[in-house]
Design a protein around this ligand. Structure first.
Ligand code: ADP
Ligand code: MG
Length: 276
């Protein structure tokens, strides 16, 4: 996404998968809370516009959804948008998905192009959960993302479809932004987690351990496990992922902040010559 000159904007992370039920929502809410615990401003966009369940996973009774935002689109600025977000006690703010699947059609490209940059001006990160696979809507979110977390597990069908999705993302020139996440990596399975990089041609995935009891309890009671199960291996893996993501941003910010000597000289010359 293009950056307005001189305006700081946050990073947009999209969490996607080729198959449903692999843990996108669980990872979205826990990553968001983990980043928030590091005093980073975070918002979540529930981009599973038909069957979004981020609010449920965080036990939020959302007064507004993206549908209400879209009705205000012409008058929307960052402050009005902020008033439509639900506030979780952790500090994470959520723009919920519409309450009925048929309203997903209201979420047009034009709406997303207006809403997402406004979310990014107010937050250091905006994390989008997405619908399954490569629909128009999820692709639109992936195109706008700075980073794509592609979630897989060790099941044959998921791996097959993840491979196809990677190939398509490659054709669309989006693969460079992808980081693979192998969820339930310690699950007993014919395919071992260590085989996944070779199978999918993705080096250095992020591995999240298997813990169905904590995962399902977390989703069912609506408390992200990084809040109340912080000492478990599952939570530790999310904190580690949050650390990797935020340190990567610090590095790119430092790089951006310090233009090279030549760039500085060139800009000075242009200013002098009145080209700016
Ligand atoms: N690391 C994990 N270990 C065990 N079970 C998991 C893990 N991650 C997700 N699950 C389980 O997988 C199911 C689907 O998770 P969910 O986040 O709703 O997936 P999605 O959003 O991709 O459809 C839930 O029952 C959840 O408890
Ligand atoms: Mg989900």
């Amino acid at each position: 996404m293009s950056e307005e000159k001189g305006q700081k904007r946050g990073e947009f992370i999209a969490i996607c998968s080729a198959k449903g039920g692999v843990g996108r929502t669980l990872l979205t809410v826990n990553l968001a809370v983990a980043l928030c615990k590091k005093n980073i401003r975070i918002s979540v966009l529930d981009g599973d516009f038909q069957f979004g369940d981020v609010s449920l996973a965080m036990d939020l009774q959302s007064t507004f959804t993206i549908k209400d935002v879209i009705q205000e689109l012409n008058r929307l600025d960052e402050y009005t948008l902020a008033s439509y977000l639900s506030h979780h006690e952790s500090g994470v703010k959520v723009l919920s998905a519409p309450e009925q699947p048929e309203y997903a059609d209201l979420v047009t490209e034009e709406a997303l192009e207006k809403i997402i940059p406004l979310m990014l001006t107010q937050n250091e990160y905006t994390i989008a959960d997405t619908g399954v696979g490569l629909t128009d809507k999820s692709l639109s979110l992936l195109e706008k993302a700075d980073q794509i977390l592609l979630v897989t597990n060790l099941e044959m069908a998921t791996l097959k479809n993840t491979k196809l999705m990677l190939e398509t993302l490659d054709k669309l020139e989006l693969r460079d932004k992808v980081r693979l996440v192998v969820n339930r990596a310690t699950m007993e399975s014919v395919i071992q987690a260590a085989d996944v990089p070779d199978i999918l041609g993705e080096e250095d995935p992020i591995y999240i351990p298997n813990d169905f009891q904590i995962s399902s309890q977390s989703l069912n009671i609506g408390i992200p496990f990084v809040i109340n199960q912080g000492k478990t291996e599952l939570a530790k893996s999310i904190f580690k992922m949050a650390e990797q993501i935020s340190s990567r941003r610090e590095i790119t910010m430092i790089k951006k902040k310090e233009p090279s000597f030549l760039t500085k000289m060139f800009n000075r010359k242009r200013v002098k010559e009145g080209t700016e």
